[in-house]
Design a protein around this ligand. Structure first.
Ligand code: SAM
Length: 235
């Protein structure tokens, strides 16, 4: 992967950056996404935020190597603290857990004033991100699911709006499975939830094999999660 050829995961993220955006990519590692977005004319300029020294230096090197210092500023700091409130119109936070993404958004809420679009790509725990969006009046306008190198990724795209609009059918299931992904019902979506079901079944087997007592509540919780997955998979 480099700034010319992104991973499929980041390419799918880039597709949702509105043309003319001022982009902030938080947790930018090598700054591949902002370099790609600027090089391809998706955004006017970008800020790459990174909290860890090593990845921050890699991002700086990448921007220098591509000669984009005029258009991309690499800033070191925690989450959205690297931004002024009126700087970014599109914010991407990718390749982290959903809990971390939600906590970055929560701690930097006051920096989201100018943001028109959030593109979030949690590696796990997408439900956390969907809940945060609902609680903070962001409407989930689209979702993607894709498989790359044996891993399944979800991408959530949100704009300010009616946060409950996508969840009219079943809010609880919508948060867990993704309202748009459920509707689309792609092969990758089916595969993800079949794998999750198997994983939960394996945990139940391990509980049974352990022979420990007092695990009934846990077992029942897992069984009801499996039933919900089965219901969704049956359509
Ligand atoms: N966004 C890139 C991608 O999707 O390929 C890099 C993903 S990498 C797995 C996650 C990056 O986020 C790491 O470089 C890590 O240092 C950075 N990171 C984690 N927590 C952060 C925070 N609170 N603020 C800024 N960067 C953070």
């Amino acid at each position: 992967m480099n700034h010319e050829r992104l991973s499929m995961r980041l390419e799918r993220v880039a597709i949702h950056i509105p043309k003319g955006s001022l982009l902030a990519d938080i947790g930018s590692d090598h700054a591949y996404l902002p370099c790609y977005a600027v090089t391809n004319g998706l955004c006017e300029g970008a800020i790459a935020g990174e909290v860890v020294e090593g990845p921050y230096q890699s991002a700086r090197k990448q921007v220098a190597m591509t000669g984009l210092e005029e258009k991309i500023e690499v800033r070191k700091g925690d989450g959205l603290e690297v931004l002024n409130p009126d700087e970014a119109t599109c914010i991407t936070i990718c390749g982290m857990g959903g809990t971390l993404i939600s906590s970055i958004l929560e701690s930097g809420k006051e920096k989201l004033g100018m943001a028109k679009r959030l593109i979030l790509q949690p590696n796990v725990g997408a439900a956390n991100v969907r809940s945060w969006l609902i609680e903070n009046d962001w409407e989930l306008i689209g979702e993607e699911i894709l498989e790359e190198d044996g891993k399944i990724y979800e991408i959530l795209i949100a704009e300010k709006g009616d946060p409950l609009r996508p969840y009219r059918v079943n809010k609880q299931n919508g948060i867990m499975f993704g309202p748009h992904l459920t509707k689309e019902f792609s092969d990758t979506f089916i595969k993800k939830w079949q794998l999750e079901k198997k994983h939960l079944q394996r945990i139940i087997e391990q509980l049974d094999e352990s022979g420990r007592s007092g695990l009934e509540t846990k077992r029942n919780g897992l069984k009801s999660q499996i039933s919900v997955i089965e219901e969704v998979l049956e359509g």
